[in-house]
Design a protein around this ligand. Structure first.
Ligand code: C2E
Ligand code: MG
Ligand code: MG
Ligand code: MG
Length: 281
């Protein structure tokens, strides 16, 4: 009897695995087609200066406009894209569409700084397109300081030196760096100074609790204090309520991002939103 159970258990297990593998292959095939059909687009989420509520930055976030599934979230395809090197093409889409928006917004009185998420894989590959970005910006009379590269702590922790050298190179070229999802990974605080980052982004997981949980508020206040003492600026993400905004503003947080200000918007809506705001100012 035990043997039979075991066999059944094993059969179940292996068919699960097979199903998973099949799903990955389907997703991969679907992604390759989507790249050809230009189904990946960037949405832009405003980031405000806390003190004035002015939109001074925005984060570019990728979306898959799937013909039958509708909008697919990056959580569902970024991991597979990273495993299969398709992330390089997605990274180029993010860069190219961000550059397009920069071109359309540089006439504003307050020039907009845009951030894009860059995967550790984009830094570690043999051939990388990252190092051509400065030149591509120059062709449009744009400079690297108009872009913030959002990286995760994982990148700085990688033993391999190549990624870090490339990051250093990008910083030398003038790109601004933000440490994304700060406090959620295996952070080594020493890397903060070593790598000359300009911003830390406090993760939504901390922001969520600050209204009701004293500990979360203390953590946010402490991160802000520490960042400022190291000469870094702070962006808090996932702000959804006026109270969260007020508490973080009081704590000295520099920039805020979240549904309280705006959801990520398709590019035309984002530009319209900026234009309306600009006229009011
Ligand atoms: P992230 O970089 O930490 O981006 C912030 C996420 O929080 C975004 O989710 C954004 O839509 C969401 N968010 C912002 N404000 C709020 C809020 O007030 N409430 C709630 N519930 N959510 C809020 P999204 O767009 O689904 O992206 C998820 C993650 O996928 C990103 O986390 C980033 O790690 C990754 N990602 C997105 N776009 C790209 C990309 O172009 N390249 C790479 N490599 N990764 C990307
Ligand atoms: Mg980000
Ligand atoms: Mg983040
Ligand atoms: Mg996050």
């Amino acid at each position: 009897k035990a043997k039979q159970l075991g066999r059944n258990g094993f059969a179940l297990f292996s068919s699960d695995l097979r199903e998973q593998a099949e799903q990955r292959i389907l997703l991969l095939k679907d992604m390759r087609q989507a790249l050809c059909a230009n189904q990946f687009v960037m949405y832009f989420q405003p980031i405000v200066t806390m003190q004035t509520m002015e939109i001074t930055k925005a984060e570019a976030l990728i979306r898959w406009q799937h013909p039958t599934k509708g909008i697919v979230s990056p959580a569902e395809f970024i991991p597979l894209a990273e495993e299969t090197q398709l992330i390089h093409q997605l990274g180029e889409i993010a860069f190219t569409q961000a550059v397009d928006v920069l071109k359309q917004t540089q006439h504003f009185k307050n020039k907009l700084q845009l951030s894009i998420n860059v995967s550790p894989v984009q830094f570690s590959a043999k051939h990388t397109t990252l190092l051509a970005w400065q030149g591509q910006l120059a062709k449009h009379q744009l400079t690297p300081d108009m872009l913030v590269l959002e990286i995760t702590e994982g990148l700085m922790m990688q033993g391999e030196g190549r990624s870090q050298k490339r990051l250093t190179k990008l910083i030398q070229q003038g790109f601004a760096i933000a440490l994304d999802d700060f406090g959620t990974g295996y952070s080594s605080l020493a890397y903060l100074k070593q790598m000359d980052t300009e911003f830390i982004k406090i993760d939504k997981r901390f922001v969520d609790g600050i209204e009701h949980n004293e500990e979360d508020l203390v953590l946010c206040e402490t991160m802000i204090l520490m960042a400022h003492q190291l000469g870094l600026k702070v962006i808090a993400e996932g702000i959804e309520t006026a109270t969260q905004h007020e508490l973080l503003k009081q704590a000295g947080c520099d920039f805020g991002q979240g549904y309280f200000y705006s959801k990520p918007l398709p590019v035309e809506m984002f530009i319209d939103h900026l234009n309306t705001r600009n006229k009011q100012a």
